[in-house]
Design a binder for this molecule. Structure first.
Ligand code: HEM
Length: 175
C-alpha cells in the first residue's frame, strides 16, 4: 500500500473539540455565562485580541491572508464587534440569525470555504488560550467551542443557501 493510500497522521494535527459541523447541541445556560464572563474580561484588550486572532489564523493557514483586503486591525475590530453582538444575544440567537445568514453569504463572496471555519475555530481557541491563560479551563474551552459552532453553523447555513439560489440569467442571453 502506498503512502498516499495510507497517509500517516500529521504530527501537528490535534483533534479539536471545535470540529464542525456539530451544531445540534445547544449551549447550556452555564456555558453561555462562562462565555459572557470571559468575553467581558477580554473587553479592555479587545483590539489586541482581535489582532491576535488573525495572527493565529495566518500561522495556521498562510493562504488565507490574501482574502483580506482591508486593514487587519480594523478587521480585528469587526470580528470582536460581531462576537460581542453574538455573545450578548446567546439567549435569543434567532433574533440575529438573519444577520448571521447574511454574513455567511457575504463570506462566500470573500472567498471563504467551509473548511476555513474550522481553521477559524482553531485560531479562536488558540487566541483565548493565550489571552486567558490558566483561566482557560477545559469547561470554558468547550463553552467557547459550542458558541463558535452556533455562530459559524449559522454563517455556513447562509453560505449554503447562497449556493442553492439560482444565479440570474442575462436578460438578452449576452455573455
Ligand atoms: C465565524 C466567525 C466569523 C465571524 C464572526 C466573522 C466576522 C466578520 C465580519 C464582521 C466581517 C466584516 C464584513 C462583513 O460583515 O461581511 C468579516 C469579514 C471577513 N471575514 Fe470573517 N468572520 C468569521 C469567520 C471568518 C473566517 C473563518 C474567515 C476565513 C478566512 C473569514 C474571512 C473574512 C474575510 C476575508 C473578510 C473580508 C475582509 C476584507 O474585506 O478585507 N471570516 N468577518
Amino acid at each position: 500500500m502506498t503512502q498516499a493510500q495510507n497517509p500517516r497522521p500529521r504530527a501537528d494535527f490535534q483533534p479539536c473539540s471545535t470540529d464542525l459541523p456539530k451544531a445540534d447541541q445547544p449551549m447550556t445556560p452555564a456555558q453561555k455565562q462562562l462565555v459572557q464572563t470571559s468575553f467581558a474580561r477580554l473587553a479592555p484588550s479587545a483590539d489586541d485580541v482581535g489582532e491576535m486572532f488573525y495572527r493565529e489564523l495566518f500561522v495556521l493557514d498562510p493562504h488565507l491572508r490574501k482574502l483580506f483586503k482591508s486593514d487587519i486591525a480594523q478587521q480585528g475590530r469587526n470580528l470582536m464587534g460581531a462576537l460581542s453582538t453574538t455573545i450578548a444575544n446567546l439567549d435569543q440567537l434567532e433574533s440575529i440569525a438573519p444577520a448571521l445568514l447574511d454574513r455567511g453569504r457575504r463570506h462566500t463572496i470573500y472567498g471563504v470555504k467551509p473548511a476555513d471555519y474550522q481553521t477559524g475555530a482553531r485560531a479562536l481557541i488558540a487566541t483565548l488560550e493565550k489571552g486567558l491563560g490558566s483561566d482557560f479551563t477545559p469547561a470554558l474551552r468547550e463553552a467557547w467551542a459550542s458558541c463558535y459552532r452556533a455562530l459559524a453553523g449559522e454563517m455556513m447555513a447562509g453560505a449554503e443557501k447562497r449556493k442553492r439560489v439560482p444565479q440570474p440569467r442575462p436578460l438578452l442571453g449576452l455573455h
